[in-house]
Design a protein around this ligand. Structure first.
Ligand code: ADP
Length: 602
């Protein structure tokens, strides 16, 4: 079901156009790139308002010719003009000279801002006297009708109708091995080959002002073997500039710097590589499946943490693979898948859980009613049993003390009646005791008492029982200060431990009773050499009415309430009781009472 849902979500998300979000996340990745280095092959020369001021107008044909000559002499690899050359001021003769210089040098190229259809190249011809100059198209490729549709330039056109455009030609000047088909991230778009630009922030390429080169203030030596791009930064119109992933200001980057980024991407062959569609599919499926699984199976806080972790892991993966390998993994769709699955399944899970807790509530209600009935029934029955048993005991005492002699057989029978009714009374008292505690709780009557005295008293009380089974009780009691406790309750606790030790140990064994004091507590241990407690029963022996399988099948009598009450009373004192035992190797029951304790009232 989950897989089906995940596939459904993936198919649904694949239909949605998430280009706007994706482009934002793409720009973020470009902006956060670790390196802003470029190949160092490109130099920019700007005509700025300062140039116009210094030259008292736009550079004349004569100035342009002069600067071209200077660059040619400096052995620049390619010189590219990117401004309206036909608008050049100057006399016709000067313009002609400029045009001749340009035509005569193959490495002087004039960039065109448009492309033409095949066979219509003559539309790019310039007005006389520049008609002999062949322009090379280098159009700006803003995302106006496709992808983000926000007018930001992210792509470059490599070729149109099979003809390479200016950036590719210029890059080939530096590295003749650059081949259209091998350009990293190349894709077909209508009649063009395109690729994404590996942008650097504006100002990353070295630049010099036109007038400073003309005046000789800047040496032309720096242009040797460089691609020199001459353009304007006059802030006259949007045509001069492009918006980039770094900035959506209309003048974010000049045309020649955009051209520089484009050429440099080709030289470094570092265009971002969009991963194949199936990888996008894979991440959408994974995201929806994981989210569904997490929401349906994990606890809310853990689920949220794991989901947050998965989301950040995915973001880190996308960013780091972009920075390191230039892989562009679409992020918008998988992230949307996480959100859709999360918000779809949370209410679903809430409904399921609500229903489940309602069922628990009903079951609980029923259970507590049954429990109450059971307790009432037991105490009622115990009450009613107490009187007939007291009567039986009275009668047996009377028979035994009567002067009428009994035969040995009769005496034995009456003795058995007496012992059995004793056992029964003990059992009933335990149940009544428990019932009382359950319904009314216990009020602690704290008094300062030496636990060793209590232990000695308990040992003495059980000596006879031990003697019958030839069990030797030894005690190692460390002298200690009195502790605040309810002596009656603690006597019951210790009696139960000692009685159990005697009850469950075989004849001719030893029982050791130890007491010691630490800085914060008093520790009492009852160690026997009895049968021990099987591992699977250890955690149950302090539960009410629990009797081990062995105890149940043996003639040893008990109610299964002794240890339950012992733990209850010990915990009321703020202490704890626990057992270490392994089957066949005896048991060690330990009671730990805090020295400083106020005691709780139940
Ligand atoms: P009971 O009335 O059955 O003795 P308790 O609550 O005192 O009830 O003890 C619960 C169970 O723990 C007993 O039935 C017995 O199986 C086991 N048990 C308690 N003390 C010992 C011991 N010293 N050695 C072995 N088993 C013990």
């Amino acid at each position: 079901m989950r897989i089906l849902f995940a596939v459904g979500i993936a198919v649904f998300i694949f239909q949605i156009n998430l280009d706007y979000i994706e482009s934002y996340l793409y720009d973020l990745r470009i902006r956060s790139q670790l390196t802003t280095d470029n190949s160092g092959n490109i130099e920019l020369i700007y005509i700025t308002p300062q140039t116009v001021q210094a030259l008292k107008g736009m550079p004349s044909a004569q100035d342009q010719n002069k600067i071209l000559r200077m660059l040619i002499d400096a052995e620049a690899q390619v010189i590219t003009y990117d401004f309206e050359i036909t608008e050049t001021p100057g006399s016709l003769a000067e313009k002609k000279t400029l045009a001749e210089t340009i035509v005569a040098h193959k490495n002087v190229i004039v960039a065109g801002r448009n492309t033409t259809l095949k066979g219509e190249e003559d539309q790019l011809l310039l007005r006389p006297p520049f008609e002999k100059i062949s322009q090379k198209p280098a159009p700006k490729t803003a995302d106006l009708l496709n992808f983000a549709k926000d007018g930001v330039t992210r792509r470059m056109i490599l070729s149109y109708q099979g003809l390479p455009l200016l950036p590719l030609e210029l890059a080939q000047h530096v590295n003749p091995d650059i081949n259209l088909k091998d350009v990293r991230g190349r894709f077909d778009f209508y009649e063009t080959d395109q690729a994404y630009i590996d942008f650097r922030p504006a100002g990353s390429f070295p630049s010099s002002p036109f007038e400073k080169i003309l005046s000789g203030d800047i040496s032309t030596a720096r242009f040797k073997n460089k691609i020199v791009l001459i353009g304007t930064d006059l802030e006259l119109s949007d045509v001069e500039y492009a918006m980039t992933p770094y900035s959506r200001q209309p003048n974010a980057m000049t045309r020649i710097e955009l051209l520089a980024n484009t050429i440099d991407t080709l030289i470094r062959n570092s265009g971002p590589l969009k991963v194949p569609k199936y990888i996008n599919w894979f991440f959408i499926l994974l995201a929806s499946f994981l989210t569904t699984h997490i929401v349906l199976t994990m606890k809310p806080t853990k689920g949220l943490l794991v989901l947050g972790g998965t989301l950040s892991g995915f973001v880190v993966l996308c960013f780091s693979s972009f920075w390191v390998f230039g892989w562009w993994i679409p992020m918008a769709a998988p992230i949307l898948a996480i959100f859709i699955c999360y918000y779809f399944f949370i209410p679903y899970r809430l409904i399921v859980e609500n229903r489940r807790s309602w069922e628990y509530y009903q079951k609980n209600k029923l259970l507590s009613q049954v429990e109450e009935l059971k307790t009432n029934f037991i105490s009622m029955m115990s009450h009613d049993l107490k009187t007939p048993i007291a009567r039986i005991q009275g009668m047996t005492d009377m028979i035994l003390s009567d002067s009428v002699p009994l035969s040995a057989q009769q005496r034995e029978a009456v003795d058995t009646i007496k012992h059995s009714s004793d056992d029964l009374l003990k059992f009933i008292s335990a149940i009544l005791n428990y019932g009382l505690i359950e319904s009314q709780g216990v009020q602690l009557h704290l008094q300062s008492k030496d636990i060793n005295n209590l232990l000695t008293e308990v040992i003495r009380k059980h000596e006879f029982l031990a003697k019958v089974k030839h069990i030797h009780i030894s005690s190692e009691l460390e002298p200690m200060f009195p502790v605040s406790m309810d002596a009656d309750l603690m006597r019951q606790v210790l009696s139960n431990l000692v009685e159990n030790a005697i009850k469950y140990s075989p004849e001719h064994t030893q029982i050791r009773i130890l007491s010691q004091e630490t800085s914060s507590s008093v520790i009492i241990q009852v160690v026997d050499q009895g049968p021990g407690i099987p591992a699977d029963e250890l955690q149950n022996i302090f539960m009410k009415f629990f009797r081990s399988k062995n105890a149940k099948s043996s003639p040893i009598k008990g109610s299964g309430l002794g240890l339950y009450l012992a733990r209850y009373f010990t915990e009321l004192h703020g202490g704890r009781i626990f057992v270490e035992s392994s089957h066949g190797k005896g048991s060690i029951f330990t009671v730990e009472l805090p020295i400083e304790q106020g005691g709780k009232n139940a």
